[in-house]
Design a protein around this ligand. Structure first.
Ligand code: PLP
Length: 477
């Protein structure tokens, strides 16, 4: 394809994207294709001769769109938000054009330097403690863009593990293999599955601690678990607290986690994958009280901050811990500025990395602080609006406090099976999409505000779906 062809193809694609997003409300939110649907729609081999881009464009509606569940649809209320925006899409185009592999500063200084500054911008927007900002900690702490929150949790675990091995080895003379076998980490039974997975991949025990009626791990539970494990000869080394759980958007008490982790010499990582974006608004920052005691913090602009996947923002208070864990020297990697600036390959698992900070730069500049705050506040207000509709109806109960853009509810005085039938009926009708959770053993429906196109009218539509289905299934009650 030559430059002229690219311009034509690009223009056509821009038109397609705009029509897709602006007309998304007209589409069916959830794909209804059967597994294997796609293989039958395209040839079995690479074409011998190249095809025209127009033929590829034609196949988008025929092959791809039937198998797309529309996460940006205003009535997509499953899981949690997955962000996008026009500035972010454009930035990803430029990232594709530059196509550098920014594993070290020398490979494209702008790739590293924009990331350092954007992570400082973002950290300031959230009012993170200065120890996490490169500009305020003299480069001791700082931020890095990971691919996903799961990666950030795992990166922190690996760094904490390396730190613990060094410390215990110097104190006891025990060998690495023995120490690894005795390492133990802690999180709540409400954490995302990626936390348990990080423990499994890191070859360490990850205890999922029981939570109280507020879905939080209490001081006693955490302290007792650590004391018990120490008495068994285990080495507690790492804890993950969640700010905004996937199940119900519950917040761990970071003061509780922070104090114990400091006292017991554990690395504290805070997973705020979804809700961290809300700390851009001062009225929600009370939920991150105690963050100054954490060693690392992560949230996903690709969830709730208008930035396309992948963009997961992670900060550490001591970047040396990452570098000591991930740095491997090779002659072809050395450069004259080494040591003066981060080489981000030493802050992550993969070697190569995309120029992801372009997305943040475009989004943060083109929206600005006010519009970002408004986006967050609008979603939270919509969640409260939906909550009120449910409460006014009288048949539903709210099973977890509505703090962010997520409402967890169920039919009052109805069994888990009946609530499951309600959810299935609503999803089968195909107007909206939601997924369930369990809260204290009770089946509940999660209604998340996900799309930037979601508006007040969608709260009424969502409520109507549940109200009508409940009446059809169980009568007016
Ligand atoms: N942590 C929490 C609290 C989440 O809600 C999620 C996803 O919803 C994740 C981690 C995983 O995020 P990622 O896909 O960025 O790994």
């Amino acid at each position: 394809m030559d430059a002229e062809g690219f311009k034509e193809f690009g223009t056509e694609m821009m038109n397609f994207i705009t029509e897709y997003l602006e007309g998304i409300r007209e589409r069916k939110v959830l794909s209804s294709v059967k597994p294997g649907y796609l293989r039958e729609l395209i040839p079995t081999e690479v074409p011998e001769e190249g095809e025209k881009w127009q033929d590829v464009m034609k196949d988008l509606e025929r092959v791809i769109m039937p198998g797309v569940s529309h996460w940006q649809h205003p009535q997509f209320h499953a899981y949690l938000a997955a962000a996008n925006s026009y500035p972010s899409i454009v930035a990803d185009m430029l990232c594709g054009a530059i196509a550098c592999t920014g594993f070290s500063w020398i490979t494209s200084p702008a790739c590293t330097e924009l990331e350092i500054v954007m992570m400082d911008w973002l950290g300031k927007l959230l009012e993170l403690p200065s120890k996490f900002l490169s500009c305020e900690s003299n480069g001791v702490g700082g931020g890095v863009i990971q691919g996903a929150a799961s990666e950030a949790t795992f990166v922190a675990l690996l760094a904490a593990r390396a730190q613990a091995i060094r410390r215990i080895k110097s104190e006891t003379g025990l060998d690495d293999g023995y120490i690894i076998g005795k390492l133990v980490a802690y999180t709540s039974d409400q954490s995302h599955t990626s936390v348990e997975k990080a423990g499994r991949l890191g070859g360490v025990k990850m205890r999922l601690l029981p939570t109280d009626e507020h879905l939080q791990v209490t001081l006693e539970v955490l302290m007792n678990a650590i004391t018990e494990d120490k008495s068994k000869g285990l080495f507690p080394f790492y804890a993950v607290a969640t700010s905004g759980t996937t199940n119900t958007c519950a917040f761990d008490d970071l003061e509780v986690f922070g104090d114990i982790c400091r006292q017991e010499n554990l690395w504290l990582h805070v997973d705020a994958a979804y809700a961290g974006a809300a700390f851009a608004c001062e009225e929600f920052r009370y939920l991150m009280k105690g963050i100054d005691k954490a060693h690392s913090f992560n949230f996903n602009p690709h969830k709730w901050m208008l930035t396309n996947f992948d963009c997961s923002a992670m900060w550490v208070d001591n970047a040396k811990e990452l570098e000591q864990t991930f740095e491997i020297d090779a002659i072809y990697l050395r450069h004259h500025a080494q040591g003066q600036v981060p080489d981000y390959r030493n802050w992550q698992i993969p070697f190569g990395r995309r120029f992801r900070s372009l997305k943040l730069w475009f989004v943060l500049r083109i929206y600005g602080k006010k519009a970002i705050q408004e986006h967050i506040r609008t979603h939270i207000a919509l969640a409260h609006e939906f909550e009120q509709l449910l409460l006014k109806d009288g048949r539903f109960e709210i099973v977890a406090p509505v703090l962010m853009g997520l409402v967890c509810f169920r039919l009052k005085n109805r069994s888990n099976e009946e609530n499951e039938t309600l959810l299935k009926t609503v999803v089968e009708r195909g107007k909206i999409y939601v997924v369930p959770t369990k809260v204290h053993g009770k089946y509940a429906i999660r209604f998340a505000i996900c799309s930037k196109f979601t508006a007040s009218v969608d709260m009424a539509i969502g409520f109507q779906e549940f109200s009508a289905a409940a009446s059809d299934l169980f009568g007016k009650m």
